[in-house]
Structure formats: C-alpha cells, structure tokens
Write a protein that binds this ligand. Sequence first.
Ligand code: SF4
Ligand code: FES
Length: 365
Amino acid sequence: MDSPFGLLAELTYRCPLSCAYCSNPVNLGDYHDELTTAQWQRVLIEAQELGVLQLHLSGGEPLLRRDLVDLVTSARYLGLYTNLITSAVGLSRRRAEQLRAAGLDHVQISIQADEATLSDGIAGTPSYAGKIEAARLVKELGWPLTLNVVLHRRNMDRVAAVLDLAEELAADHLELANTQYYGWAWRNRDALLPSRAQLDRAEAVVRAARKRLKGRMDIVYVLPDYYSQYPKPCMGGWGKRQLTVTPNGDVLPCPAAHALPLPRASVHEDSLARIWARSPLFQSFRGTDWMPEPCRSCERREIDFGGCRCQAFQLTGDASRTDPVCHLSPDHGIVAERVRAANEENRLGDSVLVPRPHRGRPGRR
Ligand code: SF4
Ligand code: FES
C-alpha cells in the first residue's frame, strides 16, 4: 500500500455561488458542523506524518473560513505544498497579501465562462468582474495562476474565447474540465451533457491552442467520460494516492464517496493513518481482488482500475460493478442512452437547471 500523495481538505460546503454543476453533496444541511481550526490542524499534522505532500484547500468556498490564513501557516510549517481552489469571491487584496505572507504556494480560480453575462448566469450571482480582478491580483503577487472552467452544454461553444481570456490573464495553467456527474451535476445531467458536435468543435480549438501556446500555458482538456471508450482511472485508484476530508471530518477516498453505501470513517473517531491503512471504507475497492468480470480478466485493470466507483453506483446502484462508461461493461447501454438523448436532432430546448443553494454566510469559524 502506497502513502497518499495529496489531501483534499474541503473546509466548508458554504459557497456564495450556486453553480448547477457543483459536485458537492446535495444534502448540504448535514455539513453544518464544521471542524474547528485545532481539529483541522491535527488533520494536517496526521496527513504530513502519513506522507502527504500536497494540500488542496477547497470547498464550497474555502475563503469563507476565517481561519484560512492560520491553516495555510500550519501547512507551510509542516512543509506541505498548498493549493487554494477558489471561486475568488472574497479574495480581497488584504486577504491575498495575508495568504501570500503565510506561504500559500498556488491559486486556482474557477470561472464559469469568458464573459460576465454567461458566467454570472451560471454562477447564479454577479461574480465575473471580481474573479478577473482577483486573477490579475494573483499574478501581481507572484503566484502561479490556474484557471479552471467546468465545461458543459451551456458554455462548451465558448472554449476559444475562454482560451483568449486565459492568455490575456497570463494564466500558467488552464483546466478545461468537463463536468463530472456527481452531487448537483448528477441532478442536472441531462441539461449539462454536451453534444458530440460541441465536443468535436472544442477539441479542434484546444488542439490548435496547445500548439500556439506551447511553453507558455499548460492546457488540460480531457474528453468527458460519457464519450470515452474507457473510463478514467478515478483518483488514480481507490485509496491509492489521495484522500479527502469533508467539512464535518469524514474521510473519503474521493470527494463523491459520501453517497456510497459503505461504512463511514471520521477524524473524530480515528487517526488518518489507521483510516488510510485499515478502515473498511478504504479497503473496499483497493487493488483488483474486488473486481467483477469483465474487469477481473481485462488487461487494463491496473490502468483504469475498473473506472469510477461512484459513477458505477450512480448508474447501476452497485458500486462494485464495472463503470458503465467502459464500452466492455454489460451496463454500457445506460450511458449510450444518455449520449443518444444529448445528440437527438430534435432535442427540445435545454432542460431547466436546478442550482445548488447559496450558502454564503461568512465564516463561522
Ligand atoms: Fe477498465 Fe474494466 Fe473496462 Fe477493462 S473492463 S477497460 S478494466 S473498466
Ligand atoms: Fe468516487 Fe470516482 S468519484 S471513485
């Protein structure tokens, strides 16, 4: 068993935005009771002792935690590489300078589109102008900047303009991340799933931009799962490289695993080391012994690990089945049907998106 490389610390699920593609749990009310500063600091110490090198501070919106600077200071003291994953709402100059002084290494800002009307429409709140200002501030303060744009049916045709914006902002990395259908995005799947024609157009634009921006901007673009022949090696394998701690202290092999009918693990009840090594949750899908056919005898079983357990559960009701995204899965028809529907010529308009609720009360901690 390897040590985990990265810890995703979901500090809070409160968020000033209400994106319909959000992968946070739909039962947000269950996460009111957030870990205290001291509890998070213990988690960071245990993570570092376990071998974690990278700390991703996420949410929700991590800037809503008043103790964010203290947590970055602690992580820096422990020698962890720290990455802030933020909507940038609340990243004032003062806060940014405090985070810089505390030793924050990297900032990733999400934008919803390349222009205010669409971006604010998707975010459910006027935020685009502030995001652009914050992105410029990040560069001014000398951080590397990653822009993250979650792609879906509503903004897929704007990829060329998104690339222009990223270039103008001198982003070092651009993540064009196709929507993953968990949490709120699962509820909105039919309204978010792009058509094949949209994907083909976007891919051609990205290919040309990669050539043009080589050495200046690193562009990550991965085909959406539903259109792939094989599934992604989700999280690099279950309980293999990463772990997630949720705002209330649950420890998960991936951010979506809260939805699986598996035993719980929590920092309130055990150490990260014991949870990582011995908990039934982390053992559930480690390695290849749990695999059914066709994965069990497939030559790709240690490449994609049978795909995503959360996706298998969502689509079939059984987390131990082959990810239906795989064209070899006996359940692949479920995915093929959604793709067929997304490409219907006479598709009647777009279904209505259900936004996740705002939970923007400023930091309780
Ligand atoms: Fe991966 Fe299983 Fe499909 Fe083989 S059968 S490609 S291991 S998901
Ligand atoms: Fe949970 Fe893929 S998101 S295993």
